[in-house]
Design a protein around this ligand. Structure first.
Ligand SMILES: [Cu+2]
Length: 184
């Protein structure tokens, strides 16, 4: 009896492993196929999609053969590149930085529009930056923090995926303000 069980065990184990692998593979893939969500980040992927991508890449790393890992990662990257390209694009608005001003200093945009800041009139003056002083709930100030520079023609571009009022300043010149109103 014991020897019979031993003989059968590897077969049963293999079956269990295969069904596990199939179940795991169908999970994240299905989630990804559900399409894009409106909360796209700078990369064009939503937070949910980024998480799914990380999980998919992690799974690729579990493959034993190097070649299989490579193929798997290639496939995952391609799939998410495609998704990023499908993300809502939005319009781009230009805001100039000058010596102690943003121009314009008030911008009304729609969700998924972009602002492209340009250090247009800073040469020979003090350095400036874009700093989010206050924004809608759930928006990270880190996502809207530019470098501090006086380098002419520097660019800083961000997409606005959450509606609300965003109050920007330059952290070196608090009189330098910009209000961005984002509506649905
Ligand atoms: Cu400044």
């Amino acid at each position: 009896m014991k020897s019979l069980l031993n003989k059968r065990l590897p077969g049963i184990l293999a079956l269990a492993l295969v069904s596990l692998a199939v179940g795991a593979a169908s999970g994240p893939a299905g989630a990804v196929a559900s399409g894009t969500t409106p909360d796209a980040t700078a990369s064009g992927l939503s937070k949910k999609q980024k998480k799914a991508k990380r999980a998919a890449l992690k799974k690729c790393n579990k493959k034993h053969r190097a070649k299989a890992r490579k193929t798997c990662k290639k496939r995952v990257n391609k799939r998410f590149r495609k998704l990023a390209n499908q993300a809502p694009k939005g319009k781009t608005y230009k805001v100039d930085l000058g010596d102690n001003y943003f121009a314009p200093d008030q911008v009304d945009i729609k969700v998924n529009d972009w602002i492209n800041w340009s250090w247009a009139n800073v040469a020979g003056y003090e350095p400036h930056n874009v700093t989010l002083a206050a924004g809608p709930k759930g928006v990270s100030r880190n996502d809207f923090g530019s470098p501090t520079t006086a380098a002419q023609s520097t660019r800083f571009k961000r997409q606005f995926s959450k509606p609300g009022t965003y109050n920007f300043v330059c952290s070196l010149h608090y009189e330098m303000t910009l209000t961005v109103k984002v509506t649905k």
